[in-house]
Every structure is written in C-alpha cells, then in structure tokens.
Design a protein around this ligand. Structure first.
Ligand SMILES: NC(=O)c1ccc[n+]([C@@H]2O[C@H](COP(=O)([O-])OP(=O)(O)OC[C@H]3O[C@@H](n4cnc5c(N)ncnc54)[C@H](OP(=O)(O)O)[C@@H]3O)[C@@H](O)[C@H]2O)c1
Length: 317
C-alpha cells in the first residue's frame, strides 16, 4: 500500500454504492478512509466493520474512518456517493481538509450537482461517474451487491482535459482491470453523454413507478402510465437534441422498454425512497431536464406534471 497521502482516497456517503466501493478499493490495496456522518456512525463502523454480501458470501473489511471535527489529514482524492440532494452539505464539514486542487469524483445518478459544486468551489477538479452496478443497504454498514454492471468516469470541470485521465483515477481503472470479479471501470472522454443517457432513462421511468406504485415491468402495459412514459420520452429527446447530446441508439422509448423488461421485478429506487418517507432525487433527474428545457424555452409539461404529482403523493419527496 502506498502511504503517500496524495494517493489516499476518502469516501463520503458510504451507503449502498459507497460501501461497495469502499470494500472494493480496499481489496485493490488502496489506502481508503470513510468519512462518517457523525461519531456514532464512525464508532459503529470501527466496532462492526463494513459488511458486503456478494453472491451470498459476506465479506467484512475494516476501513479507517473519520467524522467531522476529528480529521487533520489533507484530502487529495474524494469519492462522493451520497444522494444528490445531500452532496453540498455533506462536503461542507470536510472543505477545510480538502486540498485546493483535490480530485472529486461524484458517483451519483441525476445531474446538476457537479455544476452546483463547481459554482461554489471553482478550483476543485470535478469528475463524474455513472454506474450500472446495483447495491442496497440492509442496515448501517451492511451492503448487499444486487447486480454487476460497469462504471463510466470522465472529467466534468471545464479546466480539465477530457482526454487525460489523472494519475489517481488511472490507478483505480488499472486496479479494476488487473482483478477478476471486481468492479469494471472505464474512462469516458465525453462523460456528459453516458450521464445524459442514464438521466433520460431514470427520468422517464422512476417517477411514474413511484406515482403508480408499480414495479418496472408493470409500467410497460399500465393503461395510464404507458402513454405518459411515451410523452416523457418525446420531451426528454427534444431537450437532449437541443442540448446537442448524442441520441440514444434506437431511441429513448425502445431503450426504456428494454430496461423495463430486463428489470421487470424491480422497484425503482425512487419508489422505494418515496414509500420509506425519504427524500427522492427527483430534482436532480426530472428537475434537471425541466431546468435545461426552460433555458431552451421548452415547456416539458409531462416532466412538470410528474414532479407535481410526486410531491402531492409524497410530501417528503
Ligand atoms: N444503490 C444503487 O444500486 C445505485 C445504482 C446506481 C446509482 N446510484 C446512485 O448512487 C448515489 C448513492 O445511492 P445509494 O443507493 O448508495 O444511497 P444510500 O445507500 O442512501 O447511501 C448514501 C449514503 O450517504 C450518506 N450520507 C448522507 N449525508 C451524509 C453526510 N452529511 N455525511 C456522511 N455521509 C452522508 C448516507 O448516510 P445516512 O445513512 O446517515 O443517511 C448514506 O450512507 C445516488 O445518487 C444513487 O442514485 C445508486
């Protein structure tokens, strides 16, 4: 393990996806530290460790952790896996420890957070990642890996070259390539494209499944939801086209229907969050599409309607 602090990674938001990454990065031999929300979370992690279940086998690892107010390290590399709405407030307590030129990877669904972060702290080197891996949290520091996919990463900050992978991210990608049965990572020279494509699919599926309280598969034939899915696809493709985003091959509707078939039994994360009374990521998904549409004078009526309905059904969303 390299103990030069410029090689160390700090993980903020070690829930489902962050826990999966924290465990995996330790297996790769990297020096990692989890940034816990508070002393209670830190103590629990130190006493029980981080448990990750993969294919019914549970692995326990013991990452270092810090909580706000007890860290004196300099953070050069930060992986953020909080929900989108929690990002800025989660980073704030660690801001003084962040090197002014820190590499920050946002591994989240939705868009708009990287823009907000860069506006507040223009000097940070911000990278975005989008993943098709799946994980869920059974209990604090207990994560179940639900599906294996891949993760695309790329430069977000305009002061960074999209072609050039920074050394610390190259080390992650090399580690992923050198091991079998691990996370699959790729560098993408235009991260906006895969992010938009993921956003588009989430934007046409998730809110509808939450409003009608249906599984992904049930959305395909649902008499009320299906026409709304089609309208959301048309609006989203209009916005993407006007934003000069590379279209999704064979169209968004076909792609969304394929995803719905492949994940027919799944309850979307938005449905699960809403049913549990947790906030949803709707602002970073449909809200972002509406915001981009309004810049282009596109009304995005169907997206506005699902946002309004979601908030009526679930006031905490
Ligand atoms: N799970 C998946 O399969 C999956 C797949 C693709 C993309 N994503 C995306 O990945 C992101 C994370 O999702 P997730 O499912 O991993 O969510 P999650 O399980 O809720 O994890 C988020 C973690 O952030 C922590 N957190 C929030 N505020 C914090 C703070 N101030 N300080 C420290 N920690 C804080 C939460 O801690 P508390 O427990 O204290 O709230 C929680 O552990 C989302 O954008 C999601 O859309 C998830």
């Amino acid at each position: 393990m390299n103990t030069d602090s410029s090689h160390s990674w700090y993980i903020l938001g070690a829930g489902a996806i962050g826990g999966l990454w924290a465990h995996t990065m330790q297996v790769w031999g990297l020096d990692i530290t989890v940034l816990a929300r508070d002393e209670g979370q830190h103590n629990l992690l130190q006493s029980q460790g981080l448990q990750l279940s993969q294919d019914k086998i549970t692995h326990t690892s013991h990452p270092k952790s810090l909580f706000p107010g007890i860290g004196h390290a300099t953070i050069h590399n930060l992986l953020v896996c909080t929900k989108t709405y929690a990002t800025l407030s989660a980073i704030e307590p660690w801001r003084k420890l962040l090197n002014p030129k820190a590499n920050i990877i946002l591994l989240q669904n939705g868009m708009g957070t990287a823009q907000s972060l860069q506006t507040v702290w223009p000097q940070f080197n911000i990278y975005c990642a989008t993943t098709s891996d799946g994980a869920w949290r059974k209990a604090p520091w207990q994560v179940i890996q639900a599906g294996t996919g891949s993760t695309q990463m790329g430069a977000f900050s305009t002061h960074l070259s999209p072609q050039k992978m920074p050394t610390q991210i190259e080390r992650l990608i090399t580690a992923s390539q050198q091991q079998e049965n691990t996370l699959t990572l790729h560098w993408h020279k235009d991260i906006h494209t895969p992010m938009w494509h993921k956003l588009a699919v989430n934007g046409v599926i998730n809110a509808l499944t939450a409003i009608y309280q249906i599984t992904n598969g049930e959305l395909i034939q649902h008499p009320k939801a299906r026409p709304r899915l089609e309208q959301l696809c048309r609006e989203t493709e209009d916005v993407m086209s006007r934003c000069h985003i590379t279209p999704i091959p064979h169209g968004l509707l076909n792609h969304a229907l394929r995803v719905l078939q492949q994940t027919a039994d799944n309850k979307s994360s938005m449905l699960q969050d809403c049913l549990a009374g947790r906030p949803s990521e709707i602002d970073a998904i449909n809200g972002f599409i509406i915001q981009q549409g309004s810049i282009l004078h596109l009304p995005c009526a169907a997206h506005r309607q699902v946002c309004d309905e979601l908030r009526q059904h679930y006031p905490t969303s």
